[in-house]
Structure formats: structure tokens, C-alpha cells
Design a protein around this ligand. Sequence first.
Ligand SMILES: O=C(O)[C@H](O)[C@@H](O)[C@H](O)[C@H](O)COP(=O)(O)O
Length: 256
Amino acid sequence: MSEASVAVHADADLLAQAVAARLVVRLLDAQAERGQASMVLTGGRIAAAVYRAVAALPARDAVDWSRVDVWWGDERFLPAGDPERNETQARAALLDTLPLDPARVHPMPASDGPTGDDPEAGAAAYADELARAARPGHAALPHFDVLMLGVGEDGHVASVFPEHPVHHDTRPVSAVRGSPKPPPVRTTLTLPTINTAEEVWLVASGADKARAVGMALAGAGPVQLPAAGVQGVSRTLWLLDRAAAAEVPPRLRSLR
Ligand SMILES: O=C(O)[C@H](O)[C@@H](O)[C@H](O)[C@H](O)COP(=O)(O)O
């Protein structure tokens, strides 16, 4: 398992630009290595800024988007096309501008989808979809080259919230009820699933994230502060703006 590293950028805009550039390079490297690439998306404001920045980056055309798998780390359990869905936001900001193979885009279930208005059935269906894409001989999950996460003020990542029953769910995908961040019903990859990704990037901007970021990097417990339980297989990268980095422990500051 990887040690966390931290990169700090001056402000939210530069942070989004830098993450976008890193994402394009990460996908290019994965395609050079294994002929394809996979990315796991999230929701929230900074993620949307990253997606817009990728869309505006000329180097994005160097990626063979027809050989990129797109997954989601979490989703709001709402009807397809709802503007609050992470999928809707990612499509509008980026995905609709890319020549993706629709068969490789794997949105999480919608409340009006084939599994109906039952988030548990939706979570099970997504787990099946992941298992169908799993590499032979590996666990029931596909290879994730890069998984992006936002960080909540309370330290949540994806839809894994502090002290929530989702921490006891041993399945790869969980239905979340009673989310403290609206909307209340969500679907999320669980922390052990998130931690199978080759690289996990935690992206946070703004002073209201500083405390959660600082505590996670100082080694808080994952049930109290889910961001503290995130660890990519080969890399765990915190991508912050200066305001969000204000409480990063001094021993990690040298990596700025
Ligand atoms: O569906 C969601 O809301 C997210 O996936 C959530 O985990 C988000 O990434 C963080 O809450 C940070 O969001 P901001 O960048 O908007 O603060």
C-alpha cells in the first residue's frame, strides 16, 4: 500500500487545471502500458471544475477515448438525467465532448432505471456490472487506473460518510440512506473497493476543507473521517489548493 503524497496549487482554478493535465497523462500512460485505461469519477464542485478543464485541454485528443472505461465512485440516487446526478454533471462538463465508446461508460443506477426505485437492487446491479468487467483470476472488480475523490467538510469521500452504517457493509457497492449531504439516498463504492484502484487522488479546494484534510493526513480513524481510510495500491495523491492545505501536517509539507 502507498504512502500519501501531497501537491499544493495556488488556487482552485490552478488546481483544476493541474488535475486535468495529470488525468490526461495518467490515461495516456495506462494506454501505453496496457492498451486501455479506466477512470473512476466522482461528484461535487471541484470534480466538475476538473472535468471542464479536461474538456478545454488540447492534449486530451492524445487519449484514445474509445478505449477508456468510465466508472463512478458514487452517485445520487435520482432519475436519469436529473441535474443533481454526478453522471449528468460529468456528461455535461466533459463526457459528451469525448468520442467515448458508450459500452464503456458505466453510470451508477438511476431511481427510474431497470432496477427501479430500490437503491439496494441498484447497488447490487452495479456490483454485477463491475464483476462482469473484472479481470480473469482477479477479485470481482475491474482494474481502476485512477479513481478521483472530492473531500467533504466532514471528511467524507464518495458517499462514505463519517459514522455511517456503510462502514460495515462488506459488499463492493453500497446503497446509502440518510446521507447528511443531500440528496439523502445514494450509491457508493465502499472504502475497500476504492482502495483497489492503482492510484487514488483526493482533490480538495477551499478553507472549509482544511480541517478534514489535515486530520486525515494526520492519521484520523476512517470511520470518523473516511478520507483517512483511502489508500491507492501504488499511489495516494492529495491534490489541494493552498486554502485546503492550511492544516497539512508539517512532515508532509516538504512534498509541496
Ligand atoms: O456526490 C457527491 O456529492 C460527491 O461525490 C462527494 O463526495 C463530493 O465529491 C464531496 O462532497 C466534495 O464536493 P465539493 O467538491 O463540491 O466540495
